[in-house]
Unconditional design. Structure first.
Length: 159
């Protein structure tokens, strides 16, 4: 069975978001072993300087990378990444999983993620050029991963 690791900075605070994500985690369990790791966001002053933000992102990036299986295909979820259709994502995941059967997806903090972490990823993926709250983005990511498995197996899933 394939393994997906979603490594996030921050946690789901709203009950309804935890429930929605929980539903997709349950659905994904048919297709893969899924592990979600939530890491704490770095504490920053009220108005952090660019260098303070950069140092925080470096620390967070190192932590996130240390949580991913070494042989996993690594995907950085970032706004400047490639946009894909659901079908393209399904094919990309199929191709990526062919090597080790593992993928790790990184979701950074509200400040983004370090360039160092992004450079270690085989793919930079954007859900949209629009900005979404991180909690909602995680639910959307889980839904798209579920949809990808349904597409890959030629199973019906509503559009």
């Amino acid at each position: 069975m394939e393994r997906l690791d979603i490594i996030c900075i921050g946690s789901l605070k709203e009950k309804f978001m935890r429930e929605l994500c929980g539903e997709y985690v349950k659905r994904l369990s048919r297709f893969c072993t899924l592990k979600i790791t939530e890491l704490p966001e770095s504490r920053l002053p009220q108005s952090p300087s660019p260098s303070e933000i950069a140092r925080a992102l470096e620390r967070e990036g190192e932590q996130m990378l240390s949580c991913a299986p070494a042989d996993a295909f690594k995907i950085a979820m970032c706004i400047e990444g490639n946009e894909m259709s659901s079908e393209m994502l399904a094919q990309t995941l199929r191709d990526a999983m062919a090597y080790s059967g593992k993928a790790a997806l990184f979701v950074g903090s509200s400040h983004g993620m370090s360039e160092q972490l992004k450079s270690k990823c085989g793919l930079r993926l954007s859900m949209s050029r629009m900005t979404f709250p991180h909690q909602l983005a995680r639910c959307m990511l889980l839904e798209q991963l579920y949809r990808s498995y349904k597409i890959r197996r030629n199973e019906i899933y509503h559009k």
